[in-house]
Design a protein around this ligand. Structure first.
Ligand SMILES: Nc1ncnc2c1ncn2[C@@H]1O[C@H](COP(=O)(O)OP(=O)(O)OP(=O)(O)O)[C@@H](O)[C@H]1O
Ligand SMILES: [Mg+2]
Length: 313
């Protein structure tokens, strides 16, 4: 858990806003989001479909332009206009594993090209032979055979394709990986394998993860800390066990109640909590992002803060 983090901030996201559309038709889909990720940790980002999780990941890897706020990687601001040198560095050090392994791989390219594509833009240039052996090594590192390099993506199962996506990230020797729902599209039977692979790689290579998911079910096993996002706004952030045992925000509570229980009798009796934003009276006192206790943040106003503080006692 937290002892594996040496508390060096690797990624700092400060008051991030991301919008789509032009002028009057602008929609803000990520609104004033702030969080830090420490080196070596797995930081979970959870929220329902459309809440802005992928948009945040894509802003970090500089695909989505940011409207305001700062994204700082290893002490350097990486959003907006940056030097070519830094852009190259970020492109190598931060990799993303995409949500849908069926859609994210170029169907017309062979695996060796797909896996080695990122190497074409690195400062260091590699020969054909070097690339070939790097691809083979990357495939082996994710549990695939080196001879798969000459095949096309459609020849693989969903789990294997996700491994190809992971190899594509690993070949770049990244420090930080954004895993965007890497197992959601996979059969339940192979989800654990891919999760174990990610966890082994993290240990071997001292990787830091931003792990995105739309529910809390797998998060407990992998995340050190979790941030909960609702409609583009963070509502709660805390250490995993804290969040599971003492969720404060009603939306976090609703997400937790949606996790299936292993005991079928308990599962049948369970009351699903539905989040109703009208429980907050924000007409007079607006909410803000407050550290309710050490390392535990909640979006709340003064009245809610007092209530939460009593719950914690
Ligand atoms: N390129 C885009 N142009 C316009 N709107 C977009 C674009 N990308 C995302 N959006 C919108 O931004 C919002 C957040 O989308 P995003 O993909 O970040 O959600 P998500 O949390 O990753 O959801 P999911 O769990 O379904 O992947 C959605 O309303 C989506 O329609
Ligand atoms: Mg998404």
């Amino acid at each position: 858990m937290t002892e594996k983090t040496n508390r060096k901030k690797l990624l700092e996201v400060k008051n991030l806003r991301v919008s789509f559309g032009e002028h009057k038709h602008k929609t803000v889909v990520v609104n004033d989001v702030s969080f830090d990720i420490y080196k070596g940790e797995t930081f979970g980002l959870v929220g329902e479909s459309g809440s802005g999780k992928t948009t945040i990941g894509r802003a970090v890897i500089r695909i989505n332009p940011t409207m305001s706020g700062e994204i700082i990687y290893d002490g350097k601001k990486i959003n907006g206009t940056i030097s070519k040198e830094l852009d190259r560095e970020v492109t190598q050090k931060i990799q993303m594993i995409f949500q849908d392994p069926m859609a994210s791989l170029n169907e017309r390219a062979k695996v060796d090209y797909i896996v080695s594509e990122g190497l074409y833009n690195t400062k260091q240039k590699y020969t054909k032979e070097e690339k070939k052996s790097m691809v083979e090594k990357a495939l082996q590192d994710v549990g695939l055979l080196p001879e798969f390099a000459s095949r096309f993506p459609h020849e693989f199962s969903g789990g294997q394709r996700q491994r190809i996506g992971i190899a594509r990230a690993l070949i770049m020797q990244p420090e930080f990986i954004i895993a965007d729902e890497p197992i959601s599209a996979l059969d339940v039977s192979i989800r654990a394998q891919v999760l174990n692979l990610l966890s082994d790689l993290q240990k071997k290579r001292d990787l830091t993860y931003l792990f995105v998911a739309h529910d809390l079910s797998v998060m407990r096993f992998i995340a050190d800390r979790i941030a909960v996002i609702h409609k583009g706004v963070l509502v709660e952030l805390g250490e995993t066990e804290k969040l599971y045992n003492h969720p404060l925000h009603p939306y976090t509570q609703a997400l937790l109640s949606a996790i299936p229980m292993p005991d079928p009798v308990a599962e049948k009796k369970k009351v699903l909590k539905v989040y109703d934003p009208s429980v907050h009276d924000y007409s007079v006192h607006k909410p803000s992002w407050v550290e309710v206790e050490e390392n535990h943040f909640v979006l709340c106003n003064e009245a809610e803060l007092q209530k939460y503080k009593k719950q914690i006692e």
